[in-house]
Design a protein around this ligand. Structure first.
Ligand code: ASP
Length: 583
């Protein structure tokens, strides 16, 4: 046999009948029947059935004796049509088989730690043997889909005039709201690089450097607790433009999304994507990343409940409600109350409007006509209230809305709802320090006309930041930046940073801003999230070849591991005994 293969396993077709071809792949299954050996040979393209007949190929039949699952084989033989009763219409190759003339065991396999067709394998085992997991259809599909989309993203960016420029991994910390991963430097003991949480400042400096349309598929490192949509290291489509309007930036991203859908042969979402102000998103959905695949909007009842006889309403800064399209039982309401309490509610007031329109509620007797009118709900529904500070009400009803959407099957999973959330606040109060801190990052520009609020009313200053949301997932954020050094210094100051601190942390950047900085703005699209959603997965680990577990380890290699003292000493590092090195 000279050529490895003429065809992939899944490519053998009825038109090949009569041809002699070579295929190579893994043994998915072997069966012995009537003196013949049947082998399903698999690769990423599909499966083809080999038939080893001792009367046709005595040597191959001898070899076939030894063959077990997941051996790697190479086979040459004639493509023949299967007998009509043996045709398998479920397989692309189900009408044909390969009558083997030559067979070679290229590599043997030990019995595997799990069956590749078992869908119930636990994740730690899948990750420990990721190379086996990758052989499975799901991972093959996800990894290949990812490659198709990344290629489409690159093409779209380049068609739009962006150039791919690399930025350093090891750098000075960039604040993106997480802890830095640190890299000790042997040549300068006691000093550390931070792994870039994003290329943020470098891309801004590109604009100062005249590279007016930059992009990169950048790896970013953030030390934070891992979740379904978070890994220590992740990829983002990072981009920046000089002289853009906000609409220019959004347009670039919409084109990228459309190109990605088209690359997968799917109908893209209609453009322009809807836009919603942050304040409206919080009011109507209790979330800055609302899932718009179902309606169920939050309604405000603060005004009609002023002076209510129901003290909980009268005394709350804010009263809002949801109307669930069902009549909940007492037990269900109790469960929902528990749920609301987990999100900070003190209780869950409700009105049940039964099928005949009769209202059942322990609080109804306290409510005025005006209030009842304000809460009007159709027959066969339940009104659920939250009464507290606006922030708490948003959090409680936002969570309840999602819970009800799922529980009541309101989410239309056939829909793809993209959305821009705009006009985020510039600052928020840091719960630990009580100081104003940034919402996105400290380089986000204030909305036009809001510059003066930086000092006078920071809590009400809006920013020119925007998030892209898809079906309730935040896909990424961006902003029009601060391009004036004086405004940047004022923002640092508003966040309680002294002149000295600002110099130490960002002096190099403040200096750059003084040397002819064009207005600029950009965005970063979380690639792993985008790919996971395109692949129909709810966890980004399914689109990352070698992800970390939720506990932050890599079960394949066993990393992270302790480091010998001698290596640490070279770096000028000594571990405290309680560091738990596991040695
Ligand atoms: N640097 C931001 C991030 O990584 C994105 C941006 O503002 O462009 O989330």
């Amino acid at each position: 046999m000279t050529r490895w293969r003429d065809l992939y396993c899944g490519e053998v077709r009825p038109d090949d009948v009569g041809r002699t071809v070579a295929v190579a792949g893994w043994v998915a299954r072997r069966r012995d029947h009537g003196g013949l050996v049947f082998i399903d040979l698999r690769d990423h393209s599909g499966v083809v059935q080999l038939v080893v007949n001792p009367e046709r190929a005595a040597e191959a039949a001898k070899i076939a004796h030894d063959i077990r699952s997941e051996f790697v084989l190479r086979a040459r033989g004639e493509v023949v049509a299967r007998a009509p009763e043996a045709v398998n219409p479920a397989l692309a190759t189900g009408a044909i088989e390969l009558q083997v003339d030559e067979l070679e065991i290229v590599a043997r396999s030990e019995p595997l730690p799990f069956q590749l067709d078992d869908d119930g394998v636990e994740e730690p085992l899948r990750l420990r043997y990721r190379y086996l997991d990758l052989r499975r259809d799901r991972m093959q599909r996800n990894v290949r889909l990812s490659a198709t989309v990344i290629s489409a993203i690159r093409s779209s960016m380049e068609e739009q005039g962006f150039i791919d420029v690399w930025t350093p991994t090891m750098t000075l910390g960039t604040p993106e709201g997480a802890r830095d991963f640190l890299v000790p430097v042997r040549l300068q003991p006691g000093k550390f690089f931070a792994l870039a949480q994003s290329p943020q400042l470098f891309k801004q400096v590109f604009m100062i450097g005249g590279l007016d349309r930059y992009y990169q598929i950048a790896t970013c490192w953030r030390d934070e607790d891992l979740r379904a949509d978070r890994q220590f290291e992740f990829r983002q489509l990072d981009l920046e433009l000089a002289f853009p309007t906000r609409e220019d930036v959004l347009d670039v991203l919409e084109r990228v999304v459309v190109a990605s859908f088209e690359a997968l042969g799917r109908t893209p979402p209609p453009r322009p994507f809807p836009r919603l102000a942050y304040a409206d998103a919080m009011l109507r959905y209790g979330s800055d990343k609302p899932d718009l695949r179902f309606e169920l909007e939050i309604q405000d009842a603060t005004e009609p409940t002023r002076g209510s006889e129901f003290g909980v309403f009268a005394n709350a800064e804010c009263v809002r409600f949801l109307v669930a399209p069902t009549v909940f039982s007492r037990a269900q309401l109790q469960r929902l109350e528990e749920f609301a309490k987990e999100w900070g509610a003190k209780g869950l007031a409700y009105l049940v409007v039964d099928e005949s329109g009769e209202v059942r509620s322990p609080i109804a007797k306290f409510l005025s006509e005006r209030e009842l009118e304000a809460f009007a709900a159709p027959h066969g529904s339940t009104v659920l209230f939250a009464a507290d500070t606006p922030a708490k009400v948003e959090r409680i009803l936002g969570a309840l809305r999602l819970q009800l959407g799922e529980e009541l099957g309101l989410v239309d999973t056939t829909r793809d709802e993209f959305l821009w959330v705009l006009d985020f606040p510039l600052f928020e109060l840091d719960e630990e320090t009580g100081e104003w801190t940034f919402v996105h990052h400290p380089f986000t520009g204030p909305l036009e006309g809001h510059e003066d609020l930086i000092e006078s009313d920071p809590g009400n200053a809006l920013s020119n930041a925007y998030d892209l949301v898809w079906n309730g997932w935040e896909l990424g954020s961006g902003s029009i930046r601060i391009h004036r050094q004086d405004v940047q210094a004022r923002v640092f100051r508003a966040m309680g940073m002294t002149e000295d601190e600002a110099q130490t942390k960002f002096g190099w950047f403040l200096e750059a801003l003084r040397m002819g900085t064009p207005p600029h703005g950009g965005f970063a699209l979380g690639l792993d999230r985008f790919l996971a959603l395109l692949a129909g997965e709810s966890n980004i680990r399914e689109v990352i070849a070698f992800p970390k577990t939720a506990g932050g380890s890599d079960p394949l290699t066993g990393a992270p591991t302790p480091i010998p003292d001698r290596v640490l000493a070279e770096l000028g590092i000594a571990l405290k005994p309680e560091a738990g090195t596991g040695r």
